[in-house]
Design a protein around this ligand. Structure first.
Ligand code: FAD
Length: 455
């Protein structure tokens, strides 16, 4: 009999354990993607990610057609649609990848119950969206690791399963109804320079990255203007690339760049095992800090300036403008803008996390919320009260000022690192239109230290 493979955050054919298991022995499969009403209702289906998703679904369908199959797309409640498709195909089994958010865990429980009531079985596969399964490593006294360093010590010595090739043939039964595929071009509100989605684009970027980016990664990953990170995050978020395959290919390439890169993939697994064990950490503080953040009403003008890249701090404004234009931001930019919002402006991390999720193509509940908490000092950082200084950090990670000039045209005429402190320029005529600082850094620091009782 046929099986259903439910694709969620694993939109690829290479290294896809659920598809491999379902189609073993030449069995028929229904490759299914549900445009889930629950995801849309939660506000998660924003234009930038929908654009990337449209590319992914088209590419997945094309890949399946090359192998004799096709993608079935349905819209509605994911559990109802999977059950309807399984019934139409006479499928006894449904295969899917494990996932970590509270929503994904609930979806899995609902799906299992509904399928079992119909006499069908749900198979949930680990190590599809992560390198190691979230519960695979635990310290002695807890169900998850709360600190990265000991987690990584264990993680880095585990055997990583071998990646699987893409199937050569996929046979899909006739007569299963499908909606049309979505179109990127039909969407409005997409940032002008978002990355192209799909497994084909992802594999191309990966190959280019391994050839020319990886070797310099350890030295250059913090260089804002150099833009020397992989930019694979949207592909990891949508699963057009397998994290397991990435670890194998990076390790095969070898060198300090590979080690540093694989460590970042461990960070991704780390946040996933935290969220799997504490799904509420997507909305509530992971550690209770009793922060009394400024109210959104009091801080409204500051929040607006931050969102729009008009804070008067060039490196902050450059990064926020990059986010709006590309739907992506350099990791150093994310650290600086998040520190600035939560610690210098003393605004709740949830306000910033929400804005990021509205725009990031790689916007991901585990990585976004837990990195925001890490920076805000409510999460897993072991130095929760450190504050990043945007001027010192700008000088350090954009020493020539090229990153700022690229994104802040008002400052394009200012040469060198002086661009990080426009208020010190003797001749300010050339920078008309660039805003004054929304806060004095010393005042911001004093407010934060007082609020956290650090005096
Ligand atoms: P590379 O440096 O090439 O790293 C390779 C991969 O490792 C990334 O694609 C990513 O999957 C993973 N990775 C790297 N850094 C981290 C990290 N700190 N935590 C977890 N995984 C990591 N990443 C997201 O994928 N989605 C988000 O929504 C997200 N929000 C963030 C919010 C804040 C406030 C901060 C500080 C970081 C956030 N990150 C997020 C993590 C990180 O900034 C991005 O993964 C990275 O910038 C993506 O660029 P890259 O693919 O070139 O990364």
């Amino acid at each position: 009999t046929a099986s259903v493979v439910l694709f969620t955050s694993d939109l690829r054919l290479h290294d896809h354990p659920p598809l491999r298991a379902a189609s073993a022995g030449g069995r028929q499969v229904v490759p299914l993607f549900v445009r889930d009403r629950g995801v849309t209702d939660a506000g998660f289906a924003v234009p930038n990610r929908l654009a990337f998703l449209s590319d992914c679904l088209r590419d997945l369908d094309a890949g399946l057609r090359e192998r004799g199959g096709r993608l079935v797309v349905r819209c509605g409640d994911v559990v109802e649609e999977v059950c309807a498709v399984a019934a139409a195909a006479g499928a006894g089994e449904v295969h899917m990848a494990a996932d970590v958010s509270g929503y994904a865990q609930l979806r899995e429980r609902r799906l299992r119950r509904a399928l079992e009531a119909d006499g069908r079985r749900l198979h949930v596969h680990d190590t599809v969206t992560t390198v190691l399964a979230p519960g695979a490593l635990t310290p002695a006294a807890s169900d998850h690791f709360a600190v990265f360093t000991p987690y990584f010590r264990h993680w880095s010595v585990q055997r990583v399963r071998d990646p699987l090739g893409a199937p050569r043939v996929v046979q899909v039964p006739d007569g299963i109804a499908s909606e049309g595929l979505p179109f990127r071009a039909a969407l409005s509100g997409v940032s002008p320079e978002t990355a192209a989605g799909g497994e084909t684009a992802g594999r191309k970027r990966l190959t280019a990255w391994l050839r020319s980016g990886l070797a310099g990664y350890a030295d250059r990953h913090d260089d804002l203007a150099g833009d020397a990170t992989s930019r694979l995050s949207p592909h990891l978020h949508f699963g057009t690339l397998s994290p397991v395959e990435l670890v194998h290919r990076a390790r095969k390439a070898g060198g300090p760049g590979a080690e540093a890169f694989v460590r970042q993939l461990a960070w991704r697994d780390f946040h996933r095992q935290v969220l799997a064990a504490r799904p509420a950490a997507a909305v509530t503080d992971y550690r209770t800090r009793r922060d009394r953040w400024r109210s959104e009403r009091t801080a409204r003008a500051d929040i607006e300036a931050w969102r729009e890249g008009r804070t008067g701090f060039p490196v902050i404004d450059a990064a926020m403008r990059q986010l709006r234009h590309e739907g992506w931001m350099h990791n150093r930019g994310r650290l600086l803008t998040a520190s600035f919002l939560t610690k210098t402006l003393y605004v709740d991390w949830r306000v910033g996390a929400r804005h990021f999720l509205e725009l990031l193509v790689d916007g991901d509940l585990a990585n976004n919320q837990l990195n925001w908490q890490w920076v805000a000092g409510t999460g897993t950082d072991t130095r929760p009260n450190r504050v990043l200084n945007p001027v010192a950090q700008g000088r350090r990670h954009d020493p020539d000022g090229a990153y700022v000039r690229r994104w802040v045209p008002e400052l394009a005429g200012v040469a060198g690192a002086a661009v990080h402190e426009p208020w010190k320029l003797r001749d300010r005529a050339g920078i008309s239109g660039y805003p004054d600082r929304v806060v004095d850094l010393a005042d911001g620091l004093a407010r934060f230290r007082q609020a956290r009782s650090l005096e």
